[in-house]
Design a protein around this ligand. Structure first.
Ligand code: PGA
Length: 246
């Protein structure tokens, strides 16, 4: 199965209008690398301005509420994010699962809400260091994926990101064997749930991906791209990651 590589920057709580030049430069990088699909998930405050200068990149959000509207002070619905200019959103990032207590059921509900509003979704899963050290990471993350998977999951609107929590922002990454084993396990878990559609669904790696390790990581079987935090904050750092994707 030939899956187009997907490389997405996750700016987290970083970025003011002063950084719009970086977004424009990243959009130009995407234009220069049409073989891969390139996106940038920016703070919601920047979505509109980023959308205007995005080149061939897509602009995404980093979360959405599971409800369409209502008394949820400070929250944003998927339709609001889509109207602002987002075409994708991250759902279930480990920082939200930990900091906001999002459950697998919340993640599935949010993914469905996003799809209903026309957003594509990057659904994140990943294990803690204690789970990795206990030797049970593949089983735990496969179960987390199946519990978080929304109804009607399909490759044309959903991608998975495997992000070991202990690798996020630490400069530490799993061995290529560990990455291959996990991505293979997640592909099998998807197959058990959505059958042959699993072969078309992209499974990204995330956690300290950078210009030095991206080519090696993206050459691992079943690694279909990356979700990139720190190394996506400037065009100069993101350029070699995008180049590694094609
Ligand atoms: P990192 O973050 O690349 O800075 O480790 C990745 C992520 O959390 O999506």
């Amino acid at each position: 199965m030939n899956r187009r590589k997907l490389v997405v920057g996750n700016w987290k709580m970083n970025g003011l209008r002063a950084q719009l030049g970086e977004i424009e430069a990243i959009g130009a990088l995407a234009t220069d690398h049409p073989a891969a699909e390139i996106g940038l998930c920016v703070p919601a405050t920047l979505i509109g301005a980023a959308d205007a200068i995005k080149g061939a990149a897509f602009i995404g959000a980093q979360d959405c509420h599971m409800k369409d509207n209502g008394a949820h002070t400070g929250c944003l619905s998927a339709a609001m994010l889509a109207e602002a200019g987002a075409s994708w959103t991250i759902i279930g990032h480990s920082e939200r699962r930990e900091d906001q207590g999002e459950t697998d059921a919340d993640v599935a509900a949010k993914a469905l809400a996003a799809q209903a509003a026309g957003l594509k979704v990057i659904l994140c899963v990943g294990e803690s260091l204690s789970v990795r050290d206990a030797g049970d990471a593949e089983n735990v993350v496969s179960a987390q994926l199946l519990a978080s998977l929304p109804e009607g999951a399909a490759a044309d609107w959903l991608a998975i990101a495997y992000e070991p929590i202990w690798a996020i922002g630490t400069g530490r990454i799993p061995t290529m064997e560990q990455v291959a084993a996990m991505h293979g396990a997640l592909r099998s878990a998807l197959e058990s749930c959505i059958g042959s559609e699993a072969g078309a669904m992209r499974i990204l790696y995330g956690g300290s991906m950078n210009g030095e390790n991206a080519a090696e990581l993206m050459a691992v079987p079943d690694v279909d791209g990356g979700l990139v935090g720190g190394a996506s904050l400037t065009a100069a750092k993101f350029a070699p990651v995008i180049a590694a994707a094609g």
